[in-house]
Ligand binder design. Structure first.
Ligand code: SF4
Length: 460
């Protein structure tokens, strides 16, 4: 695709509920499927892993190998009812300070094990809400990372809850050279905000965006949701219009996954008011049409970016990747997760820290790495993971010769028959209308998926 300019203001994208970009085949979307932020997925993690596995992986990091860091802050000022994150209320300052002390110590322990090897090119702060801590505490955390690791002009990104954001925070992010910020917006409709337990006036979001721009944030992302209880197409259109008035550089548009049997806090949400599968599908389609008509480029299956945003540039150049933070242009093969429940990724293993913040602190206080679960990735996993990632990020994949894929190719037939997929001898190419089916097609190459997938979300 040739892109010549930034988004030009338009009177208004004219996508409406009746417009169609995708054919709807509910039978091809019937099975819940993973989001594939890794392969194997976290559902395959087992308990036979300890800090030794992390120590050995760190010992294999090369002198100048690119590293990405992720620091998890599992606290929020207010807990949203829909949220599936590992997070708790930030209402006890001693607990929070104790957690941050452990996070800093873990950074120092990992940095010491690396002994100057590796070059950190990205540092992401997520949660939870990193702005549940104070700006001063955040600045101290950044200083710890700078001391503990060898940095190579890293890109810093932070997830922000607009409800607790202020000028002091904006100044702190500016001083730390944070260039990317993701805001949890979800919906601008007040009655839907009340229905999902996240009330935040649009003025708070407008103010947050303005402060962030003044502080030098080059890329601002909005997370939005469709499929919310009682959400109409008109609600979604209104939210998209209001979002574009604030000119985000990126948007991620997620379908709400209602799984109260797995996420007890969702029991407060009225499941009887949820849109049905067909309505969800067409809401995803409406968002796609609206944002692409407004000049955003579709990135993977649920992200959108301005043509000049780094994510869009990477996607056009074939450099889009998928990791635990979703779609990214980060190509580091080593991602080190710090904090409770954080996941580290190495070519041959995925390792997850202890999820419980109290037990995480105990492990770190014993000067031990806090790994509690994980999975090894063998050659077949890597090959299958490459197919899945290529389908989700590029829309096409080359099938390696050494893999036995007879049953997988047979399972693709309904997607081919529906015109969603073109198959060569060893190549697969998703057709443009296959975007909402991408995860379902990719899941065919997941050797761990049987029919069990109650713990995954709807494909759209
Ligand atoms: S602010 Fe974000 S992380 Fe915190 S509870 Fe709400 S959705 Fe979850």
């Amino acid at each position: 695709m040739i892109v010549t300019d930034e988004i030009r203001p338009r009177a208004r994208p004219n996508a409406s509920a009746g417009d169609r970009a995708w054919p709807y085949y509910p039978e091809l979307l019937a099975k819940p499927v993973p989001r594939y932020t890794s392969y194997p997925t976290a559902a395959e993690f087992g308990p036979d892993f300890s800090g030794d596995a992390l120590a050995a992986a760190l010992d294999m990091v090369g002198e100048l190998e690119p590293i990405s860091l992720y620091l998890h802050i599992p606290y929020c000022q207010e807990i949203c009812w829909y949220c599936g994150c590992n997070t708790g209320a930030a209402n006890r300052s001693t607990r929070l300070a104790g957690y941050l002390a452990a996070l800093k110590r873990e950074s120092e322990l990992v940095g010491a094990r690396l002994g100057g090897r590796g070059r950190v090119r990205r540092v992401a702060f997520g949660g939870g809400s990193p702005n549940a801590i104070s700006p001063q505490q955040f600045a101290e955390l950044v200083a710890t990372v700078e001391m503990a690791f060898k940095l190579d002009n890293p890109v810093l990104s932070v997830e922000v809850d607009p409800r607790g954001f202020d000028a002091d925070w904006a100044r702190t992010l500016g001083k730390a050279n944070v260039s990317r910020v993701s805001l949890g917006v979800q919906t601008f409709a007040p009655r839907l905000q009340a229905a999902i337990g996240r009330v935040q006036p649009i003025d708070a979001i407008r103010e947050t965006v303005s402060l962030l721009r003044d502080a030098g944030a080059a890329s601002i992302n909005f997370d939005l949701m469709y499929g919310l209880p009682g959400q109409s197409d008109a609600d979604l259109t209104d939210t998209l219009e209001r979002a574009l008035e604030l000119s985000p550089d990126r948007l991620a548009v997620f379908g709400y996954a209602h799984v109260p049997h797995l996420i007890p806090r969702q029991r407060r949400i009225d499941g009887s008011a949820l849109p049905d599968g067909s309505s969800r599908f067409h809401q995803a389609e409406l968002a796609y049409l609206f944002l692409t008509q407004a000049g955003y480029e579709p990135i993977g299956f649920d992200h959108f970016a301005r043509p000049k945003d780094a994510l869009a540039i990477a996607a056009r150049r074939g450099g889009l990747r998928r990791n635990f933070q979703g779609f990214t242009e980060d190509d580091a093969k080593v991602l080190i997760g710090l904090g409770a429940s954080a996941i580290s990724e190495f070519p041959d293993r995925l390792l997850q820290n202890e999820k419980n913040a109290g037990r995480y602190r105990e492990l770190i206080s014993e000067e031990a790495f806090a790994v509690a679960r994980g999975v090894w990735r063998n050659e077949e996993d890597r090959q299958r993971g490459a197919i899945i990632a290529a389908l989700l990020t590029q829309g096409n994949a080359v099938l390696p010769g050494g893999l036995d894929l007879v049953s997988e190719l047979a399972a693709l037939a309904p997607f081919e028959d529906a015109g969603l997929l073109a198959r060569g001898e060893r190549t697969l190419r998703l057709q443009p209308a296959a975007l909402p089916y991408a995860r379902s097609i990719a899941a065919i190459f997941d050797r761990y998926r049987t029919d069990s997938a109650a713990c995954f979300s709807a494909a759209v």
